[in-house]
Design a protein around this ligand. Structure first.
Ligand code: PLP
Length: 508
């Protein structure tokens, strides 16, 4: 393909994406394909001769698009949002166009220095403690990782290596392998699966401590666990707290966890993959309490900052602890400016050697939307979640399960888990909206998250109409079946809910 053809193909692709995103409401959010659909549609070998890009783009529309789950649709309410925006898409395209791999400063000074700039911009925008900025006096700074999972793994590995070194110093009689065999880490049973996985990858057990009834992990629970482990000869290494758990967006108590971690010299990492977006808002300043005492934290720009996947910000209070743990050099990686302050070689801050020019899409997005645009985006999601919560609260057939947090509402139809499952099953079959279930203390519930590139109040009304009308239909079917079986009374008791829409409280 020459530059002329590239111009044509690229322009057609931009039009294709703009049409896709503009008309995304026209498609069902979930695809209607069966497993293996694409394997049957595509040839078993790559083409021997080149094909025209027009044919390829035609096939993208014909066979790829029907197999997409539309994450940018405002009818997506499962998981947390995976954001994107037009400027970010352009940034991604330009970064691919430059085709650089910025593992050290000399490999593309702009890649490293732009990352330093945007990470400091972001730290200020989120009102993080100053020591996380590259521009601060100390050894702190931020880096862009691919995902929250990678950021957590980096923190876990660095904390592990630091613990091994310092324990070996204080206990020279122990061999390194004896020390490694005693290491232990902590998180809450509400934390994301990536934390458990980091423990597996780091070959270090992570104890998932019970969160309270309110889904919050507190210092006293951590303290008890650490004391038990120390008494048994184990070595506590790191606690990974969460601000905005995946299930209910609960916020662990960072202040009390910090106190325990400081006392026991345990690294404290905060996973704020989603809820970090709230740090930017003055009305959510409570969320930032205790962050001045943590060792590291991560926040996914690809969840809440209109930057497309993959883009996960990570800050370290002392980046040297990561660099010292991961520094593996070769003569061909050296350059004459290495080690100078303000120009980090980010390869030492991450797992792979190569690194993408992610800072470009961040910079373009931040500049074209501005801090105000980003804050408005977070506020809009919060407003839309409130709109949904109000609708749930007004319908006495439903109950709220956990306090609404940012753009997440956790709710369920009253009654046993079976009705929640059946309602979700119906909704998933119809494919108009997409939600997932979660469970706490044996109770299943539905998570409704505001997602999509451009969600609007009418999208929330659309989703609510779908949910409540499907519950009505489900209950009518159940009622009919029960009447046929002659046991309406039993069924009513079973579901503990009202069977007619007359009973729905529409008043405040
Ligand atoms: N942490 C939390 C709290 C999450 O909600 C998620 C995903 O939703 C993750 C981590 C994993 O994020 P990633 O896919 O960026 O690894």
């Amino acid at each position: 393909m020459d530059a002329k053809e590239f111009r044509e193909f690229g322009k057609a692709a931009v039009d294709f994406v703009a049409d896709y995103l503009e008309n995304i409401r026209d498609d069902e959010v979930l695809p209607s394909v069966e497993p293996g659909y694409l394997l049957d549609l595509l040839p078993k070998e790559m083409p021997e001769q080149p094909e025209s890009w027009k044919e390829v783009l035609g096939d993208i529309n014909r066979v790829i698009k029907p197999g997409l789950t539309h994450w940018q649709s405002p009818n997506m309410h499962a998981y947390y949002p995976t954001s994107t925006s037009y400027p970010s898409i352009v940034g991604e395209m330009l970064a691919s166009g430059f085709g650089i791999i910025g593992f050290s400063w000399i490999c593309s000074p702009a890649c490293t220095e732009l990352e330093v700039v945007v990470m400091d911009w972001l730290a200020k925008f989120l009102k993080l403690p100053e020591h996380f900025q590259h521009a601060s006096e100390g050894p702190g700074g931020g880096v862009i990782q691919g995902s929250a999972s990678e950021a957590v793994l980096v923190a876990v590995l660095a904390a592990r290596e630091q613990a091994v070194v310092s324990y070996k110093e204080s206990h020279p009689e122990l061999s390194e392998s004896e020390i490694r065999g005693r290491l232990v880490a902590y998180s809450s049973d509400q934390s994301n699966s990536c934390i458990e996985k980091a423990g597996v990858l780091a070959a270090m057990p992570i104890r998932l401590l019970p969160a309270g009834e309110d889904f919050v992990l507190r210092g006293e629970t951590l303290k008890t666990a650490i004391e038990e482990d120390v008494a048994a000869g184990r070595i506590p290494v790191i606690c990974i707290a969460t601000l905005g758990t995946t299930g209910t967006c609960a916020y662990d108590d960072i202040e009390s966890l910090s106190t325990v971690c400081e006392e026991h010299k345990v690294w404290l990492h905060v996973d704020a993959a989603y809820a970090g977006g709230g740090f930017a808002l003055e009305e959510y300043s409570e969320l930032r309490k205790g962050l001045d005492r943590v060792d590291s934290l991560n926040f996914n720009l690809h969840k809440f900052m209109l930057v497309n996947f993959d883009c996960s910000a990570m800050w370290l209070r002392d980046a040297n602890k990561v660099v010292d743990s991961f520094n593996v050099d070769r003569i061909y990686l050296k350059h004459k400016h290495q080690g100078q302050s303000q120009i980090p070689d980010f390869r030492h801050w991450q797992i792979p050697l190569g690194r993408r020019f992610r800072a470009l899409k961040v910079w373009i997005t931040f500049r074209t939307l501005g801090a105000e645009g980003l804050r408005n985006h977070v506020r809009k999601h919060i407003e839309l979640a409130k709109q949904f919560e109000d609708l749930v609260v007004k319908d006495s057939r439903f109950e709220i399960v956990a306090p609404r947090a940012l753009g997440l509402v956790c709710f369920r139809p009253k009654g046993d888990n079976e009705i929640t499952s059946q309602l979700l099953h119906r909704i998933m079959e119809r494919k108009k909206i997409y939600m997932v279930k979660a469970e706490h203390a044996g109770r299943q519930f539905l998570r409704f998250v505001v997602c999509g590139m451009d969600a609007k109040p009418e999208d929330i009304d659309f989703a609510w109409t779908e949910i409540e009308s499907q519950l009505t239909a489900l209950l009518e079917e159940q009622s009919l079946a029960a009447r046929k079986a002659g046991n309406v009374a039993d069924l009513t008791q079973h579901f503990q809910i009202h069977l007619t829409t007359d009973n729905v409280e529409k008043s405040q």
